[in-house]
Design a protein around this ligand. Sequence first.
Ligand code: SF4
Length: 462
Amino acid sequence: MSSIEKNRFGNQVETEIPEDATLAKRPGHKLRTSNKIVDRTKIEDQANGELLNSDELNKGEGQKLEFYAFDDQVGVIRSDEGIIEEAVPNQFTGPSYRNKTERFRFDGHKMMHHLDRVQAWQNGEPFAPIHIDMGLTKFCNTACIYCYAVVQNMTKGLMIGREALLNYIEDCGRLGVRSLGFIGDGEPTLNPALYDATVRAAELNIDTSMATNGLLIDMDRAHDLLKNMSWIRFNLSAGTAEGFQKVHQSKSNNFELLIEKIKALVKIKKENNYNCTLGLQMVLIPECFDQVIAEAKLGAELGVDYFVIKQCSDSEYKEIGINYEDYQSIEDILKQAESYSNDDYVVQVKWNKIGAAKETPLYKNGFRKYDVCYGTPFLLQISGNGKIYPCGPFFNKERFYIGDLHQDSFYDLVKSQRYWDVHNDIANSVDVHKDCAIGCRQDYVNKFLWDLKNPPEHINFI
Ligand code: SF4
């Protein structure tokens, strides 16, 4: 089941794709491993038929498995007995020096600023998502070797239609959704409705942002983006043209094109006093370790507001072959990169997740510090084809399908029983320790909600 090989860049990669898993027929571009991707729709077919039996599932000692059928999908519910208990690592968090206030909270959550929604949840009342991450397309013009969207079967060539997108933005305004991140399974700038959607969202007091490879930003609409978006993040895991070509599998002259676009956006922003934060994000993999310092310097030269370095999230089958131990070999360089920060430029490493290898074997392999996922109604995710699911790692799992922006009113969906049934199904049935992608987007929010739901004794002794 687990396979260790040297990849085409000479780095060792380990995947955990079951030998008898059905593989996707058109899996998309090559990752750092290969393009061997599990066909997640077929897993359910197998479960429905004869191929899957409980012995083949990853089962904790003494753990009980129960199959649950829904339409043509079969899910597995694991009972808790048998989960191995290990010591919780030291959780001391008190500073022994005066901390600078954080300008951005990259490595955490901001739930305490939305206590009205938290209160509604505690009272068992329905409420609108605080934030929605969404793709605007299901395709891309680059082919990054760490791309999680390939695992999500990105190559279908679909995108959210203009009318559906604009109606959805209106619904978000009516519902009181506070922010939208055009961050998803495809490149957002490939959807021409991006610009009008951003302008309309701002008119409705909804904050917007996007993560983009930046190459196709329409500079004629630059003012619309910079005036109306809270932040734009460039997905760039290289500081040189050679590094760019290797990690993003794009032409090296596209690196120059991107640099020129970022410089122009920084200039327009400064000249017009726009508040939009511009930043670079590196998804750290061994193939770009040699690019960290070059990119830290590049960010300072470009005049962007930040450069953040994050872990690469892998799937439940480790199809991208990420080994957190690899990050330990580069800690000195990451600290050196952070030293390029100054009053106007933040370089920050997401240490909580990059440091996962220092956790006990239990946690570093994906065991969570909470048992139930309560986060999805607060932070929803929508695929670039318009289909709504509670979270990205569960895209295409029909049991958790909520609706489609092309057919359904988002306003009506959020008010519907089906919407809440799906979120409750996640909370009641999903085993976050086994069924979920490592370090999913809702992880920090889940930890906060779990602590709230399971208070210690004597809470008044704060
Ligand atoms: S914990 Fe699991 S179900 Fe919840 S958001 Fe993360 S991946 Fe999805």
